[in-house]
Design a protein around this ligand. Structure first.
Ligand SMILES: [Mn+2]
Length: 318
């Protein structure tokens, strides 16, 4: 049986797999989310990148503090596990540092690691820098296509990983496949912007317009869009709250899904994940978190949502 590289289904995941593949020659990639990798058993030769630790793998490379904590909670010391897992801007950076002790990487892979650090941390200095058609931004924009299935996305990621292993990003973006997908996503971005302009609001209590609200709960489906685009519409807003209905087998329930994110240009020590945990609604990271407001009926739902929004505003203003 051939050894597999299990990796996250995003830019950092593909870059990580490309680096490992460059060094080891391994060419079988399986893309996963942190949730579905936990259901996965791995082989003694397999390498896991940018995902939670799976017992029994050959090497584990990661940079998520939550995954490091999970390992410690299991009574293990991350430093003693095979591979390298430390808090870093990207898993690609961790892999680069691990192998560089034995072998040098070519310049195009060093450039890939620098780009991955920016993408994975949203480390852009401006909205313009985030949206500019730089090769790494173009490539990143080709990964998620809303109308595409998960297997189709993985098929693209597989191709992309092999490209990243052997070519510079400037070279890769010349391909027809990349341009087509990028244009498709640019068109989707315009539609999302139009939609955001139509629905965004601020609470009347939010006199400084700190928290932009995108209430999609009237829709009969869960909208998929990039919340960060709200910053193109209202760059001064510090936080974005997205509200959507919850569906069960296609039927709306009385619950509301909420997700909360911080303006990536803002320096603030507010911990959004902890706030949702304390409110008993959900959890997540400091800069992005999500959860569910559970209710019995419509009246209850509106009341709970309103109270939650006021509590949240208090927290953000404090
Ligand atoms: Mn990552």
């Amino acid at each position: 049986m051939s050894a597999i590289i299990y990796t996250h289904c995003d830019f950092d995941g593909a870059a990580s797999a490309a680096l490992v593949s460059f060094i080891t020659g391994m060419e079988i990639f399986k893309f996963a989310t942190p949730d579905n990798i936990r259901q996965q058993g791995v082989n003694g030769e397999d390498i896991v990148c940018d995902l939670p630790y799976i017992s029994g793998c050959h090497l584990w490379f990661d940079h998520h503090s939550s995954n490091l904590q999970e390992v410690r909670d299991r009574g293990l010391n991350p430093d003693n596990l095979p591979g390298k897992a430390v808090v870093a801007p990207s898993a690609a950076q961790v892999i680069y540092d691990y192998y560089r002790e034995q072998q040098d990487f070519p310049a195009y892979l060093q450039e890939l690691v620098c780009a991955t650090n920016i993408i994975d941390t949203m480390g852009y200095k401006s909205i313009a820098e985030w949206l500019e058609p730089a090769p790494w931004n173009i490539i990143n924009e080709t990964i998620n296509i809303n109308s595409e299935s998960f297997p189709a996305m993985c098929h693209h990621l597989n191709w992309l990983t092999l490209e990243l292993r052997q070519k510079s990003m400037a070279e890769i973006v010349k391909s027809e496949k990349i341009l087509q997908r990028y244009e498709q996503n640019l068109a989707a971005r315009e539609r999302e912007l139009d939609y955001i302009r139509k629905i965004y609001s601020f609470l009347p209590e939010d006199t400084e317009q700190k928290m932009l609200v995108l209430d999609c709960s009237e829709l009969s489906y869960v909208p998929k869009f990039n919340k960060n685009l709200a910053l193109v519409v209202k760059p001064e807003a510090e936080y974005t709250l997205l509200i959507a209905s919850d569906f069960n087998f296609g039927r709306k329930t009385n619950n509301l899904k909420i997700s909360l994110s911080k303006n990536f240009l803002l320096n603030s020590d507010k911990k959004l994940g902890e706030f949702l945990e304390v409110m008993n609604i959900g959890g997540g990271h400091d800069n992005a978190a999500g959860g569910m407001i559970r209710s019995e009926n419509k009246k209850d739902r509106l009341r709970k949502l309103h109270n939650f929004q006021l509590d949240l505003l208090d927290f953000l203003q404090s």
